[in-house]
Each structure stands twice: as structure tokens, then as C-alpha cells.
Design a protein around this ligand. Structure first.
Ligand SMILES: CC(C)=CC(=O)SCCNC(=O)CCNC(=O)[C@H](O)C(C)(C)COP(=O)(O)OP(=O)(O)OC[C@H]1O[C@@H](n2cnc3c(N)ncnc32)[C@H](O)[C@@H]1OP(=O)(O)O
Length: 257
């Protein structure tokens, strides 16, 4: 498929999606949404892909939802289209998705990064929810996901003042998993994804589902869910292979079964 707003490639067992609207700092419009979702779904269906990375440019991961597209939108347009609901499909991708963020991740850009399973940030990354400066508020999950990542106080600060958080503060606050030099971002993200893709895909997908369940349920239900999924892993050939390989002091050969 030919894409207009993203670049898509596969490196080893990793699917790489690069947002590519440099003149608009990768602002997220409906074409970007359709193309990102199409690429994600293609990687999800590709048995040769074990993990996915979404990135942008060194200046901007994404500077937000496309303000020029929203400027003349009416309430009824937004309501009837259930505007932004399409991005929720990202959280239904079952393979791991890593956001590799350099530069601005603002508004919808920050929200897109937070929809991914974890964020690796370049040391020049800047995160923010500046929608309030435009007379609106976050609409792609920022008020909910940011609060879960960094707590109420910081989320309120960011959503109400519109201030940006740098990479160091984002790491300290738990928004990002690690910070790396900007020039090494893609290699670090691809290395993390390649490592994940080298493991048993069903085990990786079950682990992702279990961690995500912690956001949706009580601790006791979550612990029960984890145990039940863990028990089911003893039906995997890859469990036998992984544990046998450890005991036999060799590298496991996972077959994703
Ligand atoms: C409403 C909801 C729910 C979600 C949202 O995401 S709203 C958008 C939130 N994001 C923002 O408010 C950030 C807007 N952008 C900026 O503040 C600045 O562009 C910047 C601080 C990120 C970078 O400033 P800089 O001076 O380096 O670059 P600019 O000349 O301002 O931008 C270059 C080029 O990109 C266009 N641009 C930037 N962001 C967006 C955007 N979110 N939507 C559409 N277009 C955007 C900007 O207009 C300029 O293009 P033109 O020169 O052709 O106007």
C-alpha cells in the first residue's frame, strides 16, 4: 500500500512506522489516523513481525492533532464523526507497540505516545497537553492516560497550564521508560523491539494483556487474571523450549506456539 503521511518498513522482525508530515510537524489529521491504523493492522497480521515502533522526526514526534483541520469543525461534525474515537483502535493492537519520541509530543502527539505500550524518549523530547491554550481540552485520552502515568497533580498542571515537560522530568515522573541521546533514539527503540521480537510472541502478547489489565480492574481481579494467564502458558511449546534451553544452557528457539 502507498502511504501519503507515513513511512513504513520492516527491519528484522520489527515493524517501523515513521510519521512523515515534516512541514506540519507531523500534526495528526484523519489521513494520518487511517494510515497509521492500516500499517498497524498489517503488522498485526504479519507473522514475521513481533513488535512495532512508531516514531516521528528529530524535531517532532507529533505537534498534536491538526489544528487547521479542526479550526472550522462544528459540535455536530465532531459528535457525528465521534472525532478521535478511531485512535482507540491502537489500544486493540495485541503486539507490543513502542513510541520512540524526539522533539515535540504535544496534545494528540503526547496522547498517541501514551497509547503505545511504552515510550522511549530522546533527550530533546518535550511532552505537553497544550489544548487549553486553544480554548479546548485533551480529546485523545490525555486527561485519563496522563493522570494514570504521572498522577493527578502533574496531570492537572500540564492540562490546565499547557506547560511542556522535558525528557528528564518525563522520565522522573514515569511517563517514559528511558531517555537516550537524540542521535541514538531509533537504534535504541529498534534494539528494544528486536529483543521483544526474539521472545515467544504468545508469551509477549499475554504479558502485554496482563499489564494492560491492571489499568482496567481491581488488584485482586488483576492478580487472579495474571495467575490464570500464567497457568495457561504451560500449554505453550515455547514454555517447554524456554525452560529446557535454560537448563541445557543453550539459546531457546521459540516457535511462537
Ligand atoms: C484539540 C486536541 C484534543 C488535541 C490537539 O492536539 S490540539 C494541538 C495541540 N498542539 C499544539 O497546540 C501545538 C501547536 N504547535 C506549536 O505550538 C508550534 O508549532 C511548536 C511549538 C510545536 C513549534 O513551533 P515552531 O515555531 O518551531 O514551528 P511553527 O512555525 O509553529 O510550526 C511549523 C509548521 O507546523 C504547523 N503546525 C504545528 N503544529 C501544528 C498542529 N498541531 N496542527 C497543524 N499545524 C501545525 C504550523 O502551523 C507551521 O506550518 P505553517 O507555517 O504552514 O503554518
Amino acid at each position: 500500500m502507498a502511504y501519503e503521511t507515513i513511512l513504513v518498513e520492516t527491519r528484522a522482525r520489527v515493524g517501523l512506522i515513521t510519521l512523515n508530515r515534516p512541514k506540519a510537524l507531523n500534526a495528526l489529521n484523519t489521513t494520518v489516523l487511517a494510515e497509521v491504523m492500516a500499517a498497524l493492522e498489517a503488522f498485526e497480521a504479519d507473522a514475521g513481525v513481533g513488535a512495532i515502533v512508531i516514531t516521528g522526526s528529530e524535531k517532532a514526534f507529533a505537534a498534536g492533532a491538526d489544528i487547521k483541520q479542526m479550526q472550522s469543525m462544528s459540535y455536530v461534525d465532531a459528535f457525528m464523526a465521534d472525532f478521535f474515537a478511531g485512535w482507540e483502535a491502537l489500544s486493540r493492537i495485541r503486539k507490543p507497540v513502542i513510541a520512540a519520541v524526539a522533539g515535540y509530543a504535544l496534545g494528540g502527539g503526547c496522547e498517541l505516545a501514551m497509547m503505545c505500550d511504552f515510550i522511549i524518549a530522546a533527550d530533546n523530547a518535550k511532552f505537553g497537553q497544550p489544548e487549553i491554550t486553544l480554548g479546548v481540552m485533551p480529546g485523545m485520552g490525555g486527561s485519563q492516560r496522563l493522570t494514570r502515568f504521572v498522577g493527578k497533580s502533574k496531570a492537572m498542571d500540564m492540562c490546565l497550564t499547557g506547560r511542556m515537560m522535558d525528557a528528564e522530568e518525563a522520565e522522573r515522573s514515569g511517563l517514559v521508560s528511558r531517555v537516550v541521546p537524540a542521535g541514538e533514539l531509533i537504534e535504541e527503540a529498534l534494539a528494544a523491539a528486536t529483543k521483544i521480537a526474539s521472545f515467544s510472541l504468545p508469551a509477549v502478547m499475554m504479558a502485554k494483556e496482563a499489564v494492560n489489565r491492571s489499568y482496567e480492574t481491581t488488584l485482586s481481579e488483576g492478580l487472579r487474571f495474571e495467575r490464570r494467564v500464567f497457568h495457561s502458558m504451560f500449554a505453550l511449546d515455547d514454555q517447554t523450549e524456554g525452560m529446557s534451553a535454560f537448563v541445557e544452557k543453550r539459546t531457546p528457539n521459540f516457535r511462537n506456539r
